[in-house]
Design a protein around this ligand. Sequence first.
Ligand code: FES
Length: 97
Amino acid sequence: MKADKIPYEKQIFVCTNDKKGEKPSCGDHKGEEIFTELRKIAKDRGLHPRIRVAQAKCLGQCNMGVNMMVYPDNVWHNGIRLEDIGTIAEKYLPQGK
Ligand code: FES
């Protein structure tokens, strides 16, 4: 096994797990759509893959979704909704960076 430096400046993990209403999950609040839109913004702004938006398949806080964690910032966001995408993009996916 080889160890190396992390190849990304920043990683944003968005939970896209959808338990289809059987249990609370990020899918109840459009985690997949939030992930897809944030990744599109990262690509459109030329940030991807230096700043990588990745999907997670459960971050273990399903009642608090949509959940997102950001490294190396070491920040956790919960309760994310579609209307928060602009704020998230402004904070973590700045244009011209
Ligand atoms: S379903 Fe998103 S944290 Fe578990």
